[in-house]
Design a protein around this ligand. Structure first.
Ligand SMILES: [Mn+2]
Length: 336
């Protein structure tokens, strides 16, 4: 039995498109699976085309994704019409042309993806391989490399492994046998220490002083509830990290961390679910101002700063929370 599916029929159709005179732009909505798949396609194109460049449409915010790009040395450029004008062929991996408004102006010659194909999607490609059963496009690209007898180097193997790991949520989400086979195949070539370092990254170094200051300001709101206000933050993820961190302390049953992000107040709630329902607390404290709610253990509220009375957000959040008396947990299904 072969390790991977055979691509004898598909490969000639794909390789036929790669000409030495062509400049290829590989367009992605950057996440680990897209980044790794683009890296693999670029590897396949190398020596076959004049140039292959990876371009992304989204701002890469997640610290682990940024760590992946830096540590696995993935060259990446922001997609702009000016950039695209310098290329005569476009490819796309881990997305389809109708998935993002910035894809719309372009014709993609190659589309390789694992998202379901929508019947009314009107786009055409010279070569398309859509396999919705696959847990990750990284698996499909591993099959392409294997069929082409291209041995992925350590950085590429590590990237593909991380692509499969994140898209299948370490095999907690739907996957097929091919995903497992690709994972095992790549594991022998990847650097597992590098992989676990990237997977572990949750924060930027610049967040540390913010987090240290916030921990110093953490103050009790009730016997087991704590709150801190951070002011302007780079990313709401800082609030989540801090709130999660607080629950590692035995004395803390629930924590509310607030900050301002892009002109809006963001309030993150985390609780152990034993004493107070975070979803109820969020909704009752801030529901009148904007979207607010969640589950017993995690919730969130967001509102426009103009929606609150003129005073500091910190005072306002504390006042609202204090006005909410400690409620017993009321477990109930609460769609977000
Ligand atoms: Mn994917």
């Amino acid at each position: 039995m072969s390790l991977f599916r055979k691509l004898d029929l598909e490969l000639p159709n794909l390789l036929r498109l790669f000409k030495h005179c062509d400049k290829w732009l590989i367009v992605i909505n950057a996440d680990p699976d897209a980044l790794a798949s683009a890296m693999a396609l670029r590897r396949i194109m190398s020596h076959r085309v004049d140039e292959a460049v990876i371009a992304h449409v989204n701002e890469v915010r997640r610290p682990d994704n940024r760590a992946m790009i830096r540590r696995l040395r993935i060259p990446l450029t922001r997609l702009t019409p000016t950039l695209a004008a310098g290329f005569n062929r476009l490819a796309m991996v881990d997305s389809q042309p109708h998935h993002h408004p910035e894809f719309a102006p372009y014709h993609f010659s190659v589309v390789i993806d694992h998202h379901p194909l929508e019947e009314n999607a009107s786009w055409r490609a010279d070569y398309r391989d859509i396999r919705p059963g696959y847990g990750a496009v990284s698996t499909m690209m591993t099959e392409y490399l294997h069929n082409l007898k291209v041995r992925p180097g350590m950085l590429l193997a590590t990237a593909l492994l991380y692509g499969i790991k994140t898209d299948t949520k370490s095999f907690e989400r739907p996957f097929i046998d091919a995903d497992i086979r690709a994972f095992r195949h790549l594991a022998a070539k990847a650097n597992m220490l590098l992989l676990s370092k990237i997977a572990r990254v949750e924060m930027d170094k610049a967040w540390l002083p913010v987090i240290a200051a916030a921990l110093g300001r953490l103050s009790p709101l009730s016997r087991r509830g704590y709150a801190a206000h951070l002011g302007e933050v780079d990313s709401p993820d800082i609030l989540v990290i801090l709130a999660d961190f607080c629950l590692h302390v035995d004395a803390v049953s629930w924590a509310v961390i607030s900050g301002v992000w892009q002109g809006r107040a963001v309030v993150v709630f985390r609780g152990d679910g034993l004493s107070l329902d975070m979803g109820v607390l969020a909704k009752e404290s801030f529901g009148a101002l904007g979207p607010a709610g969640g589950h017993a253990t995690m919730a969130r509220a967001e509102f426009d700063l103009n929606a609150m009375p003129r005073r500091s957000l910190e005072d306002f959040v504390c006042e609202r929370l204090e006005a909410c008396p400690g409620k017993p947990v009321r477990p109930q299904k609460r769609p977000r």
